[in-house]
Design a protein around this ligand. Structure first.
Ligand code: 5GP
Ligand code: MN
Length: 347
């Protein structure tokens, strides 16, 4: 990936000031990419002698518990005093794997209060907010971890990458590409993976830790969601599923348990687009996935006040589950009329 040299030099200059007080933040409902990028970047910064605090708005899913340094993450929702203290003292703030402070809940407001710190964005989502002092926004990157790898390579060379960092970076690269199955799988990504493997990475062990660490309840919830809650419309090309809070409670739902559910309908022949609606106490979380040319980022922006990437996006709905579903069906009809589903036929 071609990263602007001027930006690398600007980053080098920011980090040349010794012993900076740095805060690294990642998005709400932190996933493998958000956590992996945070822990890997922290290790690079710490090795340079900076003092680093990593903050996330809420807890990461339990199947990431094994990740290196994950316990060092300050969970803002439950440890806000510690987070605020670090934010107030910070002279440099890195924003990883999100494009808008609005995706950080209360942590976004806390960050906005520190007006003197310099802000650097390192992210791969479309349409980032303005107002960063330095912006590494590369939507063509398959993950923030891959983007970060490219930045580290240019900034200090891959020699600084330890085995632990390699594990963190690999988790983000693997999870954001659906285990190397989605788009943006470039030769450069595979070259980066080769370097990580040279660091002693145990690929099957990481795969096992991330994808085979769920609970029995989660497996049964998945069966229930597919068997009882998957609906297919638009001639077999569009699917949706929903889970209410009561249904989730029945299966002792833990954060992260629905990870990947929304992808499953896309395993059906001819399916182009899939949605998942998850009940929340304040709103309904909308997850969207698509195959090929169908652009769910556009769909999420237009109908669900959200966004994301072309093939993976999300948003929110503030009406009831039934109304949300009715709205989705109407929106899909309009989207289809506007040509949104007119992609070349899929197998
Ligand atoms: P997920 O379905 O895994 O929660 O989210 C998929 C992608 O959609 C994420 O990478 C994120 O970029 C985007 N996304 C999810 N929810 C929102 C939202 O509420 N607003 C925006 N702008 N993007 C979202
Ligand atoms: Mn990401």
């Amino acid at each position: 990936m071609k990263i602007d040299s001027a930006k690398i030099e600007a980053l080098r200059a920011l980090l040349a000031v010794p012993r900076r007080k740095v805060v690294v933040v990642a998005h709400t409902n932190p996933d493998g990419d958000a956590v992996g990028a945070s822990t890997a970047w922290r290790e690079v910064l710490a090795a340079m002698g900076h003092e680093v605090t990593m903050i996330v708005p809420n807890k990461y899913p339990y199947f990431l518990d094994w990740m290196p340094d994950i316990r060092e993450l300050v969970i803002f929702r439950t440890a806000s005093e510690r987070g605020l203290e670090a934010i107030r003292a910070a002279d440099l703030i890195f924003c990883l794997d999100f494009n808008s402070l609005s995706r950080l809940e209360g942590l976004g407001e806390a960050l906005a209060e520190n007006r003197s710190a310099q802000r650097v964005l390192i992210d791969h989502h479309l349409s980032p907010d303005e107002g960063f002092d330095l912006q590494f926004s590369y939507p063509e990157a398959s993950s923030t971890c891959f983007l970060l790898y490219c930045i580290i390579e240019r900034l200090c060379g891959t020699e600084v990458i330890t085995r632990r960092m390699a594990e963190s970076l690999y988790v983000g690269m693997m999870t954001d590409t659906g285990n190397f199955a989605f788009s943006s799988l470039t030769p450069a990504l595979y070259r980066a993976l080769a370097v990580l493997v040279e660091k002693g990475l145990d690929v099957p062990a990481i795969h096992n830790n991330v994808y085979n660490g769920y609970t029995e309840d989660r497996a049964r919830l998945f069966g229930y969601a597919i068997h009882r809650k998957m609906n297919i419309i638009q001639n077999g090309t569009v699917a949706y599923m929903s889970l209410t809070e009561a249904e989730m409670r029945r299966y002792r739902f833990q954060q992260g348990d629905s990870e990947g559910f929304v992808n499953y309908p896309l395993t059906v022949r001819k399916m182009k687009m899939s949605a998942m609606f998850l009940g929340h106490h304040k709103f309904i979380r909308v997850s969207l996935r698509s195959r090929g040319d169908v652009d769910v980022n556009l769909f999420a922006r237009k109908y669900f006040d959200g966004g994301g990437h072309k093939n993976a996006a999300g948003g929110k709905s503030f009406v009831s589950m039934d109304e949300t579903i009715a709205r989705y069906i109407r929106s899909v009809e309009e989207f289809a009329r506007d040509g949104g589903l007119d992609s070349p036929p899929l197998l």
